[in-house]
Design a protein around this ligand. Structure first.
Ligand SMILES: [Zn+2]
Length: 83
């Protein structure tokens, strides 16, 4: 009967609050917040500093950082379009 090797589990405890504030690609301020609106099935990504905003469809498996990535993509696409 092999004794189970006691695996040392080093688990980083999740922080009480997930990081939900990100850096804005336009103004550089760390004031971009991701708000999930499950009622509407939308996620609002808004920079509180310059007002840059995008809405995305809510997906259960996505994390705030994923919406932030979309937000960056959308911003770059707009910038590339030469707004
Ligand atoms: Zn901004």
């Amino acid at each position: 009967m092999g004794r189970r090797k006691s695996k040392r589990r080093i688990r980083v405890r999740p922080r009480r609050t997930l990081p939900k504030v990100f850096q804005c690609p336009r103004c550089g301020a760390v004031s971009v917040s991701v708000t999930v609106d499950k009622g509407e099935g939308l996620v609002h990504v808004v920079c509180a500093s310059c007002g840059l905003a995008e809405d995305f469809e809510y997906r259960e498996y996505l994390h705030p950082v994923d919406y932030y990535a979309k937000f960056l993509d959308a911003y770059e696409a707009q910038a590339a379009a030469g707004a």
